[in-house]
Write a protein that binds this ligand. Structure first.
Ligand code: PEP
Ligand code: MN
Ligand code: NA
Length: 628
């Protein structure tokens, strides 16, 4: 079970000691990968992780000693971390896909247009960024993290190895991915392929830049580089989750997107949930894509307001899906944890997330109560009004004072298995059968609560025109409505036109295609009040969707944009006043300008790469709207 270590590898490792683990245990490809970066990054030692509990205990003690993290004593093994305030979100402007050919990564935008669907960097330019890795781990430990995205051994899963000099990242990876020694065995027995994930905070010792909150980072030199042809990720300068927990967005969406294209499956920014009809016992699985900050985590584990359904969560952020030999689409959640936005999460909006977070979790950039609890905006009613609060910056904070106690993008990192409604099949190696895809966004005006695509192609068009109000998860500010096609804009791994081609290509025998829907929980009335209660009441809309999946034709009517629910076909019992007409109205001026804006957007941004089938769908939809 041990591998020889080639002399070239020995030479590259130089005198860097192995602090833990046995280098001989690593498959040779992994040995070469580690040695290559050890020679460049020059860490003081190498720590080969095994995923054990002892390992966590050791790392946590180290971090506590250094003051980077401390226990929240109100709970069992919950920890709080404050980052450097300059490192709190994904940095889209410094996140790149690197391919030889530019148009493998980005579409042919029209002349003079700045593309927003993917960011390409040439290999030469990327090479300049990679120079920053020279000596970048001096005086620091290099952790070698073997992990599986998806249950170890599932045909839907993929293996990764992350090298990082951040033990915070190690702790988060242990929650978000399956970190285990078993990965080495699986690599041995499988095809030996793994995604290469390199991460450095970019702060060699002695440090050049003053470290704030014991959080080393290098904001000026942030580089999140993806090399899909080499199945490799190189992340530099940031410790924030989306930039550093590389199994998540970088691997499971951007790199896996490319693998999925090559292998004929889907890697999407989608939750997966199962709803069991309590009368019939039948369970339906839905996958839903929403841009960041639209409540995807809340929906994934919603508490139904009506007794008709039991909801169980498979995943809250990413779905990997493949058609089986009978043409049924099966999906897994490649992740092992939830990395959710804290503000707004509470026992009313998402009790299941709150209960998941009571132990073994990490809280980043939240506020803290003097009795060792976490606090953020939304927990006011669940927190002793007299308790002293320290905000995410470490300052004393009083309720009602201007400014936020927790950063708007503060996060919980918690094991999915602790979720009270985690699906018993969430780790099933076959995955679960998906009946419908749901797209949505925050759309204050014009867009009805729910509508259904006429066809697969029409549904792909609807996905391509997803838009939403801007989010705190990235560096953007303000409340403008942004295009976020398929809710994948920040996570696209290749040319969006080709991505649409890939989706369209799935329409072939024996594939049983999911039905496609669009929902909007966020429509407001003339006073700016939400017209729909949302949260647990969203199950009423899902009920309609499920009945449509079962083929109930009596509950839908045709409209220019898709099938709408027939009046009264959504259960509104006990909801008080809901203005059905307004909730489902399709203001003609709105939809006329919306379709024109969508056509313009896709033409400018995707240009000649936009599939003809999508152009046709847009044109037909425009005609339907005009003729209405
Ligand atoms: C992230 O920013 O790391 C992340 C998970 O993003 P989001 O919540 O926007 O999906
Ligand atoms: Mn997400
Ligand atoms: Na932010």
């Amino acid at each position: 079970l041990f591998y020889e270590v080639h002399e070239v590898v020995v030479r590259k490792l130089g005198h860097v000691p192995i602090a833990k683990g046995d280098f001989h245990y690593l498959p040779k490809k992994v040995q070469r990968y580690v040695a290559k970066w050890v020679q460049i990054c020059k860490p003081r030692a190498i720590y080969i992780c095994d995923g054990s509990q002892d390992e966590a205990t050791e790392v946590i003690h180290k971090l506590e000693e250094r003051g980077m993290l401390h226990k929240l004593k109100k709970y069992q093994d919950n920890y709080i971390v404050r980052t450097d305030p300059a490192d709190v979100a994904r940095v889209e402007s410094k996140t790149w896909m690197c391919t030889e050919q530019k148009y493998d990564t980005v579409p042919h935008v029209q002349p003079g247009v700045v593309g927003i669907l993917g960011k390409w960097i040439s290999p030469d330019e990327a090479a300049e960024h990679l120079e920053n890795y020279d000596g970048c781990m001096a005086g620091r430990m290099l952790y070698v993290i073997p992990f599986s995205m998806g249950p170890i051994g599932s045909p839907l899963s993929k293996i990764g190895v992350e090298l990082t000099d951040s033990n915070y990242v190690l702790l988060c990876m242990r929650v978000m991915a399956r970190v285990s020694n078993d990965v080495w065995h699986f690599l041995r027995e499988g095809d030996g392929e793994f995604v290469r994930c390199l991460h450095s905070m970019g702060c060699p010792r002695p440090v050049q830049r003053k470290t704030i909150n014991h959080w080393p980072c290098n904001p000026e030199k942030v580089f999140i580089g993806h090399f899909p042809d080499k199945r490799e990720i190189c992340s530099f300068g940031s410790g924030y989750g989306g930039n550093s927990i590389l199994g998540k967005k970088c691997f499971a969406l951007r790199i896996a997107g490319c693998i999925a294209r090559d292998e004929g499956w889907l890697a999407e920014h989608m939750l997966i949930m199962g709803l069991t009809n309590e009368k019939t016992g039948k369970e339906t699985f839905l996958a839903a894509a929403f841009p960041s900050a639209c409540g995807k985590t809340n929906m994934a584990m919603l508490t139904p307001s009506i007794p008709d359904y039991t909801v169980r969560c498979v995943g809250d952020d990413i779905a990997w899906m493949r058609f089986d030999k009978d043409g049924v689409l099966h999906g897994i959640n490649p992740e092992a944890g939830f990395f959710g936005v804290c503000p707004g999460t509470n026992m009313k909006t998402n009790p299941n997330a709150m209960l998941t977070c009571m132990k073994n979790s990490i809280f980043t950039n939240v506020a803290e109560t003097a009795d060792g609890g976490f606090f953020w905006e939304g927990l006011e009613d669940e927190t002793d009004p007299h308790v002293t609060i320290t905000d995410w910056l470490g300052n004393n904070w009083r309720r009602g004072q201007p400014g936020k106690a927790a950063h708007p993008n503060s996060r919980f990192t918690c094991p999915a298995g602790q979720c009270p409604i985690i699906h018993p099949k969430w780790e099933d190696k076959k995955g679960v059968p998906i009946s419908a895809f749901i797209f949505g966004g925050r759309r204050p005006t014009g867009v009805p609560l729910v509508y259904e695509a006429f066809s697969w192609r029409h549904g792909v068009m609807i996905g391509a025109t997803v838009k939403s109000e801007a989010t705190a998860a990235a560096e953007f500010a303000g409340k403008s409505i942004m295009h976020d096609p398929m809710a994948m804009r920040p996570f696209l791994g290749y040319n969006f036109g080709k991505y649409l081609d890939h989706w369209l290509s799935l329409e072939k025998p024996p594939h049983k295609l999911p039905k496609i829907f669009h929902v909007n929980w966020f429509r407001v009335d003339e006073e700016g009040q939400f017209m729909w209660p949302g949260f647990g009441d969203n199950v009423r809309v899902l009920d309609w969707i499920i009945r449509r999946c079962e083929g109930d034709d009596s509950i839908a009517i045709k409209s220019p944009i898709g099938y709408l629910p027939k009046k009264g076909s959504i259960n509104m019992d006990g909801l008080g006043k809901i203005n059905w007409e307004e909730l489902f109205s399709l203001p003609k001026h709105y939809w006329t300008s919306d379709i024109e804006e969508n056509i313009r957007f896709l033409d400018l941004q995707v240009g000649e790469d936009l599939p003809q089938a999508i152009r046709d769908e847009l044109a037909v939809q425009k005609k339907r709207i005009e003729e209405e």
